[in-house]
Design a protein around this ligand. Structure first.
Ligand code: NG1
Ligand code: MG
Length: 600
């Protein structure tokens, strides 16, 4: 097995200022943004920064449980042009307070916003307050999220000021900025992370931090800042999107792992692997592999999923269920969770993650090591297989006082049961007060029944699928693989993992919706090797693995068969529908992560 490229995320961010080998299409966007900035603010921007969205190939809803995932940045990105504001360019006659921001967006539906960081006191300590309204979905909340990171890290207040070596002796400058985004919002392609990452970069740039080698954050730090501060908008996300947006390398997928700390590996994507030509030849003779390339095609369900608005009943509820499932498993398996570092969720070591429980099991059964050597990957795999068996003790059984009793009801029915809050607290072995302190004060959720079994089962099985996906991608000899159904090409094996992931997201994690289930089914019928939801789900996009030579036919077939696309064609006519359809379904190339340019 070939070692794939470990990316030095702790090297400096200098390459952010690269000479951009952008295509003409992109160069025009940069020029246009600079022109519009000039027209609005009376000068050219000092910097333009870029952060891309991402598509997740496999590993859904497991990043916050600290399991590795395989996303890749896409070409769609967010650009921010920015400059320190000369006083005369700010609206109004009075001098702006420190760090005032005038934020404009080239897209008309997003209104211009002006805001300034306020000082408030909590427990006697001063802190920055940018007043993010979590109840309203506002585009500038993501700009503010990025700004928080820069203010807290480089302009600390109170006691922090004396102890933080990065602290600036000056005050944050007033900023003019202009945004243009090409990542569709609410679609699982991480427009939010692209906004937060690009906003962080913009505020670092205008305050002179990005160009100061002694203070500029490295890529790992930039990811951490963006993850921590995106949570201020209300979703307790993992770190996949920000890592993909910052660290991705053109032409590769990214294996991102979060345990025991953030690390990333560029892995070749299956486009370079031989694949079977047609889906019908799924089981093929090993000597008969035809060399063709596979491509990822993204298709939008046209169902928008405003994740921040329904976090209580969807995303954050899943985070909580995963965390509590971990706690119950640790309790049931008698695993000590107190001496492992880096296993806690949301910065609390007591809130063990599903990955942390696995680590404690591996430590007890096989001895411990944090290195990701082949032997450790083997231990990880064995540990995952074991946990997949152990999660059976979380089955909600009607009338059972304790988890672990033999199931009595029929499986389908029992899967829907779930457990109520009282039972869940009892299962953790914690007192109510401590439970509330550790879990309910952390995340606000709304549900009658919690699903620990289904969530933990999805998580461990999905984590295993990620390892299998990675193994296939980095295998040096992409010859055909032996599988239960005979010999298959690597692409077919990857596609089978994607299909299994989709099934699990639909039935166990319940993060899809009827439109996603339908679109992935239609994608397979249209010739995709495999197809699945990508991103948080409940709407948004699917990703399909398609033979490169079949991409146009595949896309045309989806336009004809997915009812919402058909409706658009029926109401607008094929020609007028073209632009919408091309934006909804497109092939994607793995793109590079963040970059920026100092303007002359
Ligand atoms: P989306 O909604 O696709 O940007 C979210 C989380 C990820 C991850 C996925 C599900 C944010 C910023 N990102 O992604 O961390 O948990 O869902 O795999 O919320
Ligand atoms: Mg997002």
């Amino acid at each position: 097995m070939a070692a794939s490229l470990a990316i030095p995320i702790y090297s400096s961010l200098e390459e952010v200022y690269c000479t951009l080998g952008t295509s003409l299409k992109h160069a025009e966007r940069w020029d246009n943004l600079a022109r519009r900035f000039n027209a609005r603010f009376g000068e050219l921007p000092a910097y333009i920064v870029r952060a891309p969205g991402r598509v997740n190939l496999i590993g859904e809803h497991i990043d916050y449980s600290l399991f590795g995932v395989i996303p890749t940045a896409i070409e769609h990105d967010i650009l921010i042009a920015c400059a320190p504001a000369p006083f005369s360019c700010l609206d109004g006659d009075t001098a702006p307070s420190p760090g005032t921001v005038v934020a404009e967006n080239l897209h008309e539906e997003y209104e211009p916003r002006t805001f300034a960081p306020l000082l408030r006191h909590r427990n006697g300590e001063p802190e920055w307050d940018l007043q993010i309204d979590k109840k309203a979905l506002r585009w500038d909340s993501y700009v503010k999220a990025g700004y928080y990171g820069v203010l807290n890290c480089y302009f600390p207040l109170g006691a922090q000021l004396a102890t933080n070596p990065l602290a600036s002796r000056s005050i944050p400058v007033p900023v003019n900025l202009m945004v243009t985004g090409a990542v569709p919002p609410g679609s699982g392609l991480s427009s939010s992370a692209a906004m937060v990452v690009s906003s962080t970069l913009a505020f670092l740039a205008v305050n002179g931090i990005l160009t100061d080698p002694l203070r500029a954050p490295n890529k790992g730090k930039l990811v951490e800042m963006a993850v921590e501060n995106e949570r201020r908008v209300g979703v307790n996300s993992g770190g996949m999107d920000q890592a993909a947006s910052v660290i991705s390398q053109a032409g590769s997928a990214l294996y991102v792992s979060f345990f025991p700390h953030l690390s990333a590996q560029a892995i070749p994507i299956p486009g370079t692997l031989p694949s079977s030509k047609h889906r019908e030849t799924q089981s093929i003779d090993s000597t008969n592999t035809q060399v063709s390339r596979a491509t990822f095609v993204i298709a939008h369900t046209l169902v928008s999923s405003p994740k921040a608005l329904h976090a209580k009943t969807h995303y954050n509820l899943r985070v909580l269920e995963s965390a509590v499932a971990a706690r119950v498993l640790a309790h049931r398996l008698g695993l000590s969770i107190s001496n492992s570092k880096g296993i806690g969720m949301g910065g609390n070591e007591e809130r063990v993650s599903l990955r942390g429980v696995l680590d404690a099991l591996i430590y007890r059964e096989f001895g411990h090591s944090n290195e990701e050597s082949d032997a450790d990957v083997e231990r990880l795999r064995k540990g995952l297989e074991r946990m997949i068996r152990e999660v059976e003790c979380l089955r909600p059984i009607r009338g059972a006082e304790q988890p672990g009793k033999q199931p009595q009801s029929d499986e389908g029915q029992e899967q829907e049961l779930g457990i109520n809050l009282d039972t869940m607290i009892e299962w953790t072995g914690m007192g109510r007060e401590r439970f509330e302190d550790v879990y309910l004060n952390w995340l606000e959720v709304e549900t009658d029944l919690f699903q620990l079994y289904k969530r933990a089962k999805h998580c461990y099985e999905e984590a295993l699928r990620v390892l299998q996906f990675r193994d296939i991608c980095i295998s040096t000899s992409p010859s055909n693989l032996q599988s239960d159904s005979g010999v298959v090409s690597p692409v077919v094996a990857l596609a089978a993992l994607m299909d299994a992931s989709q099934e699990s997201c639909s039935t166990l994690y319940e993060c899809t919706c009827p439109e996603i289930d339908l679109l992935t089914k239609l994608a397979r019928e249209a010739g995709a090797y495999g197809s699945r939801v990508t991103g948080a789900g409940w709407g948004g996009c699917t990703v399909s693995l398609v033979d490169e030579s079949q991409v146009d036919a595949f896309i045309a077939r989806l336009w004809e068969t997915y009812p919402p696309y058909r409706d658009i064609i029926a109401s607008k006519g094929r020609e007028d529908a073209d632009e919408i359809l091309r934006a909804a379904v497109f092939a994607t190339k793995p793109s590079s992560g963040v970059c920026g340019e100092c303007c002359p």
